[in-house]
Design a protein around this ligand. Sequence first.
Ligand SMILES: Cc1cc2nc3c(=O)[nH]c(=O)nc-3n(C[C@H](O)[C@H](O)[C@H](O)COP(=O)(O)O)c2cc1C
Length: 205
Amino acid sequence: MTNDTAAGTDRSFLFVLASSRSDGNTEILARAAAEQLPPGVSRRWVDLNRIPLADFQDGRHDEGTWPAGEGEEALLAATLAATDIVIVSPLYWYTVSAQAKRYLDHWSRWLRVPGADFRARMADRTLWGVTVMAHTEEEVADGMVTTLNNSAAYLRMRFGGVLFGNGSAPGQVREDERALERAKTFFHRDAPLARFPYEPAVDAS
Ligand SMILES: Cc1cc2nc3c(=O)[nH]c(=O)nc-3n(C[C@H](O)[C@H](O)[C@H](O)COP(=O)(O)O)c2cc1C
């Protein structure tokens, strides 16, 4: 099955910036990929460092109050408004950054927000990742790919994969020609329904 709808103007991309420094390599690579989206496709950038999102407290089984803090409601609304969510996270200790992880942890709460209908509304939307790492061997980022793929599978979302780049000092990813080349077509690739490793592949033929 092809997911060619990146070309459709009914798509809206939410880029979730999750580095702990601004204007870093991962954002540079994500912006290079975003430039290739058709002009009519809406795109919104949120920087998790600028949104006051408290550390996640697991109140899923309590009465609790929601939203727990300033910014959380806006972030939920931005997430629900997007057809495509792009986690823009450097590789930190072989997986997503703490900022990205905290954002994903809040999804657990949002699943239980009355009236949000988070699970049903996220189904069939697409999760993507963009990362830059110091390592040149990209297989060290398998942990990040697994985290994002399985998170998408849990919510019955599509998963478009992770765009990799190499770099350490800010701006170094601009020297990674292979990454910049891949960025040109990244959002046009197939984004099949995500599945857990134990689930059989569905034959679309
Ligand atoms: C806390 C921390 C952990 C890191 N962990 C890894 C890692 O596991 N593997 C790796 O290749 N690079 C690692 N790096 C290097 C970053 O991925 C690299 O510098 C990247 O370019 C940073 O992206 P940014 O400029 O978008 O912040 C780490 C850097 C930091 C600060």
